[in-house]
Design a protein around this ligand. Structure first.
Ligand SMILES: Cc1ncc(COP(=O)(O)O)c(C=O)c1O
Length: 350
Protein backbone atom coordinates (compact mmCIF):
# COMPACT_ATOMS: atom_id res chain seq x y z
CA UNK A 1 0.00 0.00 0.00
CA UNK A 2 2.53 2.57 -1.19
CA UNK A 3 0.71 5.79 -1.97
CA UNK A 4 3.33 8.26 -0.70
CA UNK A 5 4.53 9.17 -4.19
CA UNK A 6 4.95 7.64 -7.62
CA UNK A 7 8.71 7.90 -7.15
CA UNK A 8 8.50 5.35 -4.32
CA UNK A 9 7.85 2.72 -7.00
CA UNK A 10 10.76 0.80 -8.50
CA UNK A 11 11.58 0.69 -12.19
CA UNK A 12 9.56 -1.22 -14.78
CA UNK A 13 11.13 -4.57 -15.82
CA UNK A 14 11.48 -3.43 -19.46
CA UNK A 15 13.56 -0.46 -18.29
CA UNK A 16 15.70 -2.67 -16.05
CA UNK A 17 16.32 -5.18 -18.85
CA UNK A 18 17.37 -2.42 -21.20
CA UNK A 19 19.77 -1.00 -18.60
CA UNK A 20 21.25 -4.44 -18.01
CA UNK A 21 21.82 -4.91 -21.73
CA UNK A 22 23.51 -1.52 -21.95
CA UNK A 23 25.80 -2.29 -19.05
CA UNK A 24 27.90 -4.78 -21.03
CA UNK A 25 28.71 -2.42 -23.93
CA UNK A 26 31.29 0.27 -24.60
CA UNK A 27 30.01 3.49 -26.13
CA UNK A 28 31.04 7.11 -26.61
CA UNK A 29 30.53 9.31 -23.57
CA UNK A 30 28.83 12.63 -22.78
CA UNK A 31 25.75 12.18 -24.94
CA UNK A 32 27.57 11.46 -28.17
CA UNK A 33 26.87 7.70 -28.45
CA UNK A 34 24.73 6.28 -31.25
CA UNK A 35 22.09 5.43 -28.70
CA UNK A 36 21.94 9.00 -27.36
CA UNK A 37 21.57 10.33 -30.91
CA UNK A 38 18.94 7.73 -31.80
CA UNK A 39 16.83 8.68 -28.77
CA UNK A 40 17.11 12.36 -29.66
CA UNK A 41 15.69 11.36 -33.04
CA UNK A 42 12.93 9.40 -31.27
CA UNK A 43 11.92 12.59 -29.45
CA UNK A 44 11.56 14.28 -32.86
CA UNK A 45 9.11 11.55 -33.87
CA UNK A 46 7.18 11.68 -30.61
CA UNK A 47 6.77 15.46 -30.86
CA UNK A 48 6.30 15.52 -34.65
CA UNK A 49 8.97 18.17 -35.24
CA UNK A 50 12.66 18.76 -34.77
CA UNK A 51 13.29 19.34 -31.09
CA UNK A 52 16.45 19.81 -29.00
CA UNK A 53 16.68 17.31 -26.16
CA UNK A 54 18.91 17.34 -23.08
CA UNK A 55 18.95 14.50 -20.56
CA UNK A 56 19.29 15.36 -16.86
CA UNK A 57 19.00 13.44 -13.62
CA UNK A 58 16.07 14.97 -11.77
CA UNK A 59 12.89 16.89 -12.34
CA UNK A 60 14.30 19.73 -10.29
CA UNK A 61 17.32 19.89 -12.62
CA UNK A 62 15.07 19.86 -15.69
CA UNK A 63 12.95 22.74 -14.37
CA UNK A 64 15.91 24.73 -13.09
CA UNK A 65 18.03 24.46 -16.23
CA UNK A 66 15.08 25.03 -18.55
CA UNK A 67 14.33 28.26 -16.69
CA UNK A 68 18.04 29.16 -16.62
CA UNK A 69 18.01 29.00 -20.42
CA UNK A 70 15.23 31.62 -20.49
CA UNK A 71 16.84 33.92 -17.94
CA UNK A 72 17.48 37.63 -18.05
CA UNK A 73 19.18 39.71 -15.37
CA UNK A 74 16.52 40.92 -12.94
CA UNK A 75 14.11 38.41 -14.45
CA UNK A 76 10.89 37.24 -12.82
CA UNK A 77 9.28 33.85 -13.50
CA UNK A 78 5.55 33.34 -12.97
CA UNK A 79 4.24 30.06 -11.57
CA UNK A 80 1.19 28.84 -9.69
CA UNK A 81 1.53 29.63 -5.98
CA UNK A 82 1.50 25.91 -5.11
CA UNK A 83 3.82 24.88 -7.94
CA UNK A 84 6.66 22.45 -7.25
CA UNK A 85 9.12 25.04 -8.58
CA UNK A 86 8.04 27.41 -5.81
CA UNK A 87 7.25 25.06 -2.94
CA UNK A 88 9.45 21.99 -3.30
CA UNK A 89 12.70 22.69 -5.10
CA UNK A 90 14.54 24.56 -2.35
CA UNK A 91 14.91 27.59 -4.61
CA UNK A 92 16.90 25.62 -7.22
CA UNK A 93 15.11 27.27 -10.18
CA UNK A 94 15.90 30.69 -8.69
CA UNK A 95 19.47 29.64 -7.93
CA UNK A 96 20.25 28.28 -11.39
CA UNK A 97 18.33 30.89 -13.36
CA UNK A 98 19.27 33.87 -11.21
CA UNK A 99 15.61 34.91 -11.52
CA UNK A 100 12.97 34.98 -8.84
CA UNK A 101 9.54 33.41 -8.73
CA UNK A 102 6.32 35.35 -8.58
CA UNK A 103 3.32 33.28 -7.39
CA UNK A 104 0.08 33.31 -9.38
CA UNK A 105 -3.12 32.16 -7.66
CA UNK A 106 -5.84 30.10 -9.25
CA UNK A 107 -8.25 27.36 -8.24
CA UNK A 108 -7.38 23.65 -8.39
CA UNK A 109 -3.64 24.15 -8.82
CA UNK A 110 -4.06 25.99 -12.14
CA UNK A 111 -3.02 29.58 -12.77
CA UNK A 112 -6.01 31.87 -13.21
CA UNK A 113 -5.36 33.74 -16.49
CA UNK A 114 -6.63 37.02 -15.00
CA UNK A 115 -4.25 36.72 -12.07
CA UNK A 116 -1.40 35.91 -14.43
CA UNK A 117 -2.10 39.09 -16.40
CA UNK A 118 -2.18 41.23 -13.26
CA UNK A 119 0.99 39.63 -11.88
CA UNK A 120 2.87 40.22 -15.13
CA UNK A 121 1.71 43.86 -15.11
CA UNK A 122 3.64 44.42 -11.86
CA UNK A 123 6.95 43.83 -13.63
CA UNK A 124 7.20 46.00 -16.78
CA UNK A 125 10.28 45.56 -18.93
CA UNK A 126 11.82 48.86 -17.75
CA UNK A 127 11.18 48.28 -14.03
CA UNK A 128 14.77 48.30 -12.82
CA UNK A 129 13.67 48.31 -9.18
CA UNK A 130 11.02 45.58 -9.32
CA UNK A 131 12.67 43.35 -11.93
CA UNK A 132 11.21 42.43 -15.30
CA UNK A 133 8.73 39.76 -16.37
CA UNK A 134 10.74 37.06 -18.16
CA UNK A 135 9.13 33.60 -18.22
CA UNK A 136 6.02 31.64 -17.29
CA UNK A 137 6.03 28.05 -16.05
CA UNK A 138 3.00 25.79 -15.70
CA UNK A 139 2.72 22.21 -14.39
CA UNK A 140 0.95 19.46 -16.33
CA UNK A 141 -0.48 17.43 -14.57
CA UNK A 142 -0.66 19.92 -11.69
CA UNK A 143 0.59 19.34 -8.17
CA UNK A 144 -3.02 19.00 -7.01
CA UNK A 145 -3.86 16.20 -9.44
CA UNK A 146 -5.81 18.38 -11.87
CA UNK A 147 -5.08 18.78 -15.57
CA UNK A 148 -5.07 21.88 -17.75
CA UNK A 149 -7.28 21.38 -20.81
CA UNK A 150 -5.68 22.08 -24.19
CA UNK A 151 -7.61 25.35 -24.40
CA UNK A 152 -6.39 26.35 -20.95
CA UNK A 153 -2.78 25.69 -22.00
CA UNK A 154 -3.33 27.81 -25.10
CA UNK A 155 -4.75 30.65 -23.03
CA UNK A 156 -1.73 30.69 -20.69
CA UNK A 157 0.55 30.57 -23.75
CA UNK A 158 -1.35 33.41 -25.43
CA UNK A 159 -0.95 35.66 -22.39
CA UNK A 160 2.72 34.72 -22.01
CA UNK A 161 3.53 35.39 -25.64
CA UNK A 162 1.53 38.62 -25.75
CA UNK A 163 3.93 39.86 -23.09
CA UNK A 164 6.96 38.44 -24.88
CA UNK A 165 7.46 35.68 -22.29
CA UNK A 166 8.34 32.10 -23.23
CA UNK A 167 6.24 29.33 -21.66
CA UNK A 168 7.81 26.37 -19.85
CA UNK A 169 5.87 23.26 -18.84
CA UNK A 170 6.87 21.12 -15.86
CA UNK A 171 5.90 17.68 -17.15
CA UNK A 172 7.05 15.54 -14.22
CA UNK A 173 3.69 13.75 -14.76
CA UNK A 174 3.40 14.57 -18.47
CA UNK A 175 2.24 11.08 -19.49
CA UNK A 176 -0.52 10.97 -16.86
CA UNK A 177 -1.97 14.20 -18.20
CA UNK A 178 -1.52 13.18 -21.83
CA UNK A 179 -3.45 9.92 -21.61
CA UNK A 180 -6.19 11.57 -19.59
CA UNK A 181 -6.71 14.21 -22.28
CA UNK A 182 -6.30 11.70 -25.09
CA UNK A 183 -4.02 14.22 -26.79
CA UNK A 184 -0.78 13.75 -28.68
CA UNK A 185 2.48 15.07 -27.20
CA UNK A 186 2.52 17.75 -29.91
CA UNK A 187 -1.05 18.80 -29.17
CA UNK A 188 -0.35 19.21 -25.45
CA UNK A 189 2.78 21.28 -26.01
CA UNK A 190 4.04 23.29 -29.00
CA UNK A 191 0.77 23.19 -30.93
CA UNK A 192 -0.76 25.08 -27.98
CA UNK A 193 2.22 27.39 -27.45
CA UNK A 194 4.55 25.61 -25.00
CA UNK A 195 8.17 26.56 -25.75
CA UNK A 196 10.16 24.34 -23.39
CA UNK A 197 9.18 21.14 -21.59
CA UNK A 198 10.55 19.19 -18.63
CA UNK A 199 9.69 15.68 -19.78
CA UNK A 200 9.55 13.31 -16.81
CA UNK A 201 10.18 9.57 -16.94
CA UNK A 202 11.21 8.81 -13.37
CA UNK A 203 7.73 8.94 -11.80
CA UNK A 204 6.28 6.73 -14.52
CA UNK A 205 8.54 3.67 -14.49
CA UNK A 206 12.07 4.85 -15.25
CA UNK A 207 14.87 4.59 -12.75
CA UNK A 208 16.28 8.08 -13.36
CA UNK A 209 15.37 9.70 -16.67
CA UNK A 210 14.31 13.29 -17.25
CA UNK A 211 14.71 15.42 -20.36
CA UNK A 212 14.52 19.11 -21.25
CA UNK A 213 12.82 19.48 -24.64
CA UNK A 214 13.03 22.71 -26.66
CA UNK A 215 10.50 23.03 -29.47
CA UNK A 216 12.58 25.72 -31.13
CA UNK A 217 16.18 24.47 -31.27
CA UNK A 218 17.38 28.09 -31.55
CA UNK A 219 16.24 28.62 -27.95
CA UNK A 220 18.50 25.76 -26.79
CA UNK A 221 21.79 27.42 -27.81
CA UNK A 222 23.03 28.04 -24.27
CA UNK A 223 21.77 24.82 -22.70
CA UNK A 224 24.86 22.68 -23.39
CA UNK A 225 26.92 25.13 -21.36
CA UNK A 226 24.28 25.68 -18.69
CA UNK A 227 23.96 21.91 -18.22
CA UNK A 228 27.69 21.28 -18.00
CA UNK A 229 28.23 24.16 -15.59
CA UNK A 230 25.41 22.79 -13.44
CA UNK A 231 27.14 19.39 -13.28
CA UNK A 232 24.25 17.71 -15.12
CA UNK A 233 26.14 16.44 -18.19
CA UNK A 234 26.42 12.71 -17.54
CA UNK A 235 29.45 10.98 -19.00
CA UNK A 236 27.37 7.78 -19.14
CA UNK A 237 24.41 9.68 -20.53
CA UNK A 238 23.54 6.63 -22.64
CA UNK A 239 22.07 4.98 -19.55
CA UNK A 240 19.41 7.70 -19.50
CA UNK A 241 18.97 7.23 -23.26
CA UNK A 242 18.59 3.47 -22.73
CA UNK A 243 15.81 4.03 -20.22
CA UNK A 244 14.03 6.35 -22.62
CA UNK A 245 14.42 3.83 -25.43
CA UNK A 246 12.52 1.18 -23.47
CA UNK A 247 10.11 3.75 -22.03
CA UNK A 248 9.08 5.11 -25.43
CA UNK A 249 9.01 1.75 -27.21
CA UNK A 250 5.60 0.35 -28.21
CA UNK A 251 3.87 3.06 -26.14
CA UNK A 252 5.05 1.56 -22.86
CA UNK A 253 5.07 5.04 -21.27
CA UNK A 254 1.43 5.62 -22.21
CA UNK A 255 0.36 2.18 -20.96
CA UNK A 256 2.10 2.75 -17.62
CA UNK A 257 0.43 6.14 -17.19
CA UNK A 258 -2.97 4.67 -18.13
CA UNK A 259 -2.50 2.03 -15.47
CA UNK A 260 -1.50 4.58 -12.79
CA UNK A 261 -4.50 6.75 -13.67
CA UNK A 262 -6.83 3.72 -13.62
CA UNK A 263 -5.60 2.83 -10.13
CA UNK A 264 -6.33 6.40 -9.07
CA UNK A 265 -9.82 6.09 -10.61
CA UNK A 266 -10.34 2.97 -8.49
CA UNK A 267 -9.27 4.89 -5.39
CA UNK A 268 -11.51 7.82 -6.31
CA UNK A 269 -14.51 5.54 -6.81
CA UNK A 270 -13.89 3.76 -3.50
CA UNK A 271 -13.46 6.99 -1.55
CA UNK A 272 -16.53 8.51 -3.21
CA UNK A 273 -18.63 5.63 -1.94
CA UNK A 274 -17.07 5.71 1.54
CA UNK A 275 -18.92 6.57 4.76
CA UNK A 276 -15.72 7.47 6.58
CA UNK A 277 -13.73 9.44 4.00
CA UNK A 278 -14.37 11.92 1.19
CA UNK A 279 -12.51 13.19 -1.81
CA UNK A 280 -11.04 16.60 -0.98
CA UNK A 281 -11.51 17.78 -4.58
CA UNK A 282 -11.86 16.23 -8.03
CA UNK A 283 -8.61 15.07 -9.58
CA UNK A 284 -7.94 13.41 -12.93
CA UNK A 285 -4.35 12.25 -12.88
CA UNK A 286 -2.65 9.69 -10.64
CA UNK A 287 -2.99 11.84 -7.52
CA UNK A 288 -5.95 11.64 -5.15
CA UNK A 289 -6.59 13.90 -2.17
CA UNK A 290 -8.87 12.66 0.60
CA UNK A 291 -10.21 13.89 3.91
CA UNK A 292 -10.62 11.26 6.60
CA UNK A 293 -10.75 11.12 10.39
CA UNK A 294 -7.30 11.51 11.97
CA UNK A 295 -7.84 8.23 13.86
CA UNK A 296 -8.59 6.38 10.61
CA UNK A 297 -5.51 7.78 8.91
CA UNK A 298 -3.37 6.87 11.92
CA UNK A 299 -4.75 3.31 12.00
CA UNK A 300 -4.18 2.89 8.24
CA UNK A 301 -0.61 4.13 8.67
CA UNK A 302 -0.01 1.66 11.50
CA UNK A 303 -1.24 -1.16 9.28
CA UNK A 304 1.33 -0.30 6.62
CA UNK A 305 -0.37 2.24 4.32
CA UNK A 306 2.11 4.89 3.17
CA UNK A 307 0.85 8.36 2.29
CA UNK A 308 1.58 11.98 3.17
CA UNK A 309 -0.52 14.44 5.15
CA UNK A 310 -1.13 17.48 2.96
CA UNK A 311 -1.49 21.19 3.69
CA UNK A 312 -4.95 22.53 3.04
CA UNK A 313 -4.95 24.70 -0.12
CA UNK A 314 -6.47 28.18 0.00
CA UNK A 315 -9.41 27.34 -2.25
CA UNK A 316 -10.78 24.20 -0.59
CA UNK A 317 -14.58 24.25 -0.87
CA UNK A 318 -15.24 22.35 2.36
CA UNK A 319 -12.56 23.03 4.97
CA UNK A 320 -10.92 20.18 6.91
CA UNK A 321 -12.35 19.93 10.44
CA UNK A 322 -10.27 19.58 13.62
CA UNK A 323 -10.94 15.83 13.81
CA UNK A 324 -10.01 15.19 10.18
CA UNK A 325 -6.85 15.20 8.14
CA UNK A 326 -6.14 15.88 4.46
CA UNK A 327 -3.93 13.26 2.81
CA UNK A 328 -2.40 12.77 -0.62
CA UNK A 329 -2.45 9.35 -2.31
CA UNK A 330 -0.36 8.80 -5.42
CA UNK A 331 -0.63 5.71 -7.63
CA UNK A 332 2.00 4.47 -10.06
CA UNK A 333 2.68 1.88 -12.74
CA UNK A 334 3.38 -0.55 -9.90
CA UNK A 335 0.15 -0.04 -7.93
CA UNK A 336 -2.13 -3.08 -8.04
CA UNK A 337 -5.92 -3.26 -7.66
CA UNK A 338 -5.28 -5.32 -4.51
CA UNK A 339 -3.24 -2.46 -3.00
CA UNK A 340 -6.11 -0.07 -3.64
CA UNK A 341 -8.75 -2.43 -2.28
CA UNK A 342 -6.69 -3.19 0.83
CA UNK A 343 -6.36 0.54 1.51
CA UNK A 344 -10.09 1.10 0.98
CA UNK A 345 -10.84 -1.70 3.46
CA UNK A 346 -8.66 0.04 6.06
CA UNK A 347 -10.54 3.28 5.47
CA UNK A 348 -13.88 1.51 5.73
CA UNK A 349 -12.80 -0.12 9.00
CA UNK A 350 -12.56 3.43 10.38
C1 LIG B 1 5.32 18.45 -10.34
C2 LIG B 1 6.73 18.05 -10.02
N1 LIG B 1 7.74 18.66 -10.67
C3 LIG B 1 9.02 18.35 -10.45
C4 LIG B 1 9.37 17.38 -9.53
C5 LIG B 1 10.83 17.19 -9.25
O1 LIG B 1 11.32 15.95 -9.39
P1 LIG B 1 12.67 15.50 -8.63
O2 LIG B 1 12.25 15.07 -7.27
O3 LIG B 1 13.16 14.39 -9.50
O4 LIG B 1 13.63 16.64 -8.59
C6 LIG B 1 8.36 16.70 -8.82
C7 LIG B 1 8.70 15.66 -7.83
O5 LIG B 1 7.99 15.34 -6.91
C8 LIG B 1 7.00 17.05 -9.07
O6 LIG B 1 5.99 16.49 -8.41
Amino acid sequence: MFFASDNWAGAHPAINERLLKESTRFAAAYGTSELDLAIEQRFNEIFEREVSVFFVATGTAANSLALASLAKPGGVTFAHSEAHVIEDECGAPDFFSGMRMSPVDGPHGKMDPRHLVSRIARYPQDAVHHGRATAVTMTQATETGTIYTLDEIEEIARISHEHGLPLHMDGARFANALVNLGATPAEMTWKRGVDVLSFGGTKNGCWCAEAIVFFDPAMAKELPFIRKRSAQLFSKSRFIAAQFEAYLQDDLWLDLARHANAMADRLRAGLNGSNTARLAWETRSNEVFAVLPKATAKAAGEKGAKFYDWLEPKDMAEPVSEQDVLIRLVTSFATTPDDVDAFLRLVAAG
